[in-house]
Design a protein around this ligand. Sequence first.
Ligand SMILES: *[C@@H]1O[C@H](CO)[C@@H](O)[C@H](O)[C@H]1NC(C)=O
Ligand SMILES: *[C@@H]1O[C@H](CO)[C@@H](O)[C@H](O)[C@H]1NC(C)=O
Ligand SMILES: *[C@@H]1O[C@H](CO)[C@@H](O)[C@H](O)[C@H]1NC(C)=O
Ligand SMILES: *[C@@H]1O[C@H](CO)[C@@H](O)[C@H](O)[C@H]1NC(C)=O
Ligand SMILES: *[C@@H]1O[C@H](CO)[C@@H](O)[C@H](O)[C@H]1NC(C)=O
Ligand SMILES: *[C@@H]1O[C@H](CO)[C@@H](O)[C@H](O)[C@H]1NC(C)=O
Ligand SMILES: *[C@@H]1O[C@H](CO)[C@@H](O)[C@H](O)[C@H]1NC(C)=O
Ligand SMILES: *[C@@H]1O[C@H](CO)[C@@H](O)[C@H](O)[C@H]1NC(C)=O
Ligand SMILES: *[C@@H]1O[C@H](CO)[C@@H](O)[C@H](O)[C@H]1NC(C)=O
Length: 501
Amino acid sequence: MTFSFWLINAISQALLVGFLVCLAGFDGNRTVEAGIGVNWGDTARQPLPPEIVVRLLQSNNISRVKLFDTKPSVLEALAGTGIEVMIAAPNNLLSRLGGADGEAAAVNWVAQNLTKYLDLNGESVNIKYVAVGNEPFWGENNKTYGHLAFPALTNIQNAIRGAGLEGRVFATIPLSADVVEGKLDPSAGVFRSDIASLMKKIVSSYNRTGSPLVINMYPFLSIVWTPHFPPGYAFFGEHDKTDSLSNLTYTSMFDEMFDLTVAAVKRAGFPRLKIIVGEVGWPTDGIRLANLSNAQKFNNQLLKHLASNSGTPLRPNVTIDAYLFSLLDENVKDLLGGSAPYERHWGIFYQDGTPKYPIDLSGHGESSSWPQAAVGVKYLPRRYCIETPLFAPDPVLLGKRIDFSCAHSDCTALGEGGSCSPLNDSMKASYAFNIYYQFNYQQDSYCNYTTFGAVVTEDPSTETCKFPLGLDYGGCNRGPQVTMKLSLFVLFTFCLSFFFF
Ligand SMILES: *[C@@H]1O[C@H](CO)[C@@H](O)[C@H](O)[C@H]1NC(C)=O
Ligand SMILES: *[C@@H]1O[C@H](CO)[C@@H](O)[C@H](O)[C@H]1NC(C)=O
Ligand SMILES: *[C@@H]1O[C@H](CO)[C@@H](O)[C@H](O)[C@H]1NC(C)=O
Ligand SMILES: *[C@@H]1O[C@H](CO)[C@@H](O)[C@H](O)[C@H]1NC(C)=O
Ligand SMILES: *[C@@H]1O[C@H](CO)[C@@H](O)[C@H](O)[C@H]1NC(C)=O
Ligand SMILES: *[C@@H]1O[C@H](CO)[C@@H](O)[C@H](O)[C@H]1NC(C)=O
Ligand SMILES: *[C@@H]1O[C@H](CO)[C@@H](O)[C@H](O)[C@H]1NC(C)=O
Ligand SMILES: *[C@@H]1O[C@H](CO)[C@@H](O)[C@H](O)[C@H]1NC(C)=O
Ligand SMILES: *[C@@H]1O[C@H](CO)[C@@H](O)[C@H](O)[C@H]1NC(C)=O
């Protein structure tokens, strides 16, 4: 035990020395230009391969990404690109990182999930931040993760220092907007009373380590959840509000949310603490307000606001760093018990990497220009499943078939106010059958007359409702084509090949 511990220590010391030598030779002058960052999640059936997503980032000059974990394939694709990265230890690791053996767990985590990627065969992933958990104090999360987040943060901070990375890699807990209160006047912002003393310790540790506070802001959710919320105030410059304490004028909910946080960190004793917006964006489907024109308008206004460097009333002329939520749609994301059908539609790109609407990501130019689409995407063949026009099925059975298809795919576009909700019943059934068929890699048994479906080659999409075509990725998730031993064997070797290539 002691010996192997010593050995591991000696090896890691040697690696560290090697790493520092590499650092010395690293081109310190390479500066990544500021600009918008994006959140890159992949809670998707048939997710795009990381190499394609990285090229998508590069072709659109996106130089900062925020991840939700540390998938080796994603980090390997980012190596050598210079793209600045926030990696994450997800909530389900907090009990380990913030528990009894948290110190040692954090040292291991940092070695395996951080330092390792700073030198991958001579190429480096430009990791600047480590997110510890995700919104651990939000709603129900607080019960499970609230008490673990700060110990986990401290252990990761110490492990980062132990690895000699202090001042280069910064640990922070991405927060939900409900950690601050004082909603009538932004200048009255304070940390939520039940976690106020905890937040004070957290921001104090940020001040010591040079980390930013990272907080998510969703004017879209204000408009959805707050009765009588003035719609124009979710956007920029359409509705004014005066802070009755400071007399400052606010023209957007975004500025108000930011200044609420500015006021809270000031009251906690750190008036100059850097604040980064971890997530901000607007979804395009699932409910009425989530549509293409609102998302285009909000995101373009936001990008212009950020690029202007005009700051907010409490921090005028200060650059705000933000990460758009999100890069891509994620069609198996959790819908919070069905209450949030828009959750799968936050992307500025559809899941296949095609842009949804014109948007100027630099914030400096024309908001009528289209971003670059992903290149080299492999689609399944042009085949769609529709409700069979050949006979009229029993409506009860048909209804069951639709429910089943939806329960095993993604029918959020069919929900009230969704992009496919205006279709007639037969088209709605086709939508459900098709997305289920695509989710299952167009296997015959997922669309046949027994299931009231028929395969067609003509795209059934309408002007507003897009029938997705599946992507030829994520092979290991495929169900067996036919229950024959041979095909299982083929599938098995196919999946095995992923381990070796
Ligand atoms: C990316 O930046 C380069 C160089 O500044 C510019 O020529 C190009 O048009 C930009 N591309 C996009 C999609 O903004
Ligand atoms: C590294 O991160 C992955 C993914 O979150 C996790 O499964 C793994 O346990 C981590 N490694 C250590 C040593 O904690
Ligand atoms: C949230 O978690 C913190 C830390 O465990 C705890 O002190 C606080 O009381 C919790 N808040 C609520 C509303 O349960
Ligand atoms: C920490 O806060 C103090 C007091 O506001 C400030 O003087 C100091 O510069 C801060 N340190 C960092 C690293 O920001
Ligand atoms: C805000 O404006 C009111 C009325 O114009 C004035 O009485 C008050 O002193 C002002 N407060 C501040 C903080 O400037
Ligand atoms: C999106 O919703 C807004 C109302 O919030 C409406 O005015 C607009 O026409 C809708 N756009 C589309 C493309 O449906
Ligand atoms: C912010 O910049 C504007 C325009 O450059 C200037 O008029 C204003 O005085 C500046 N405000 C502060 C507080 O520096
Ligand atoms: C439903 O809509 C489709 C396309 O919009 C149309 O071709 C079809 O005839 C309609 N079916 C019924 C039963 O109205
Ligand atoms: C049609 O679908 C049913 C139900 O999934 C399946 O049992 C049957 O084998 C399929 N038929 C063909 C010809 O694929």
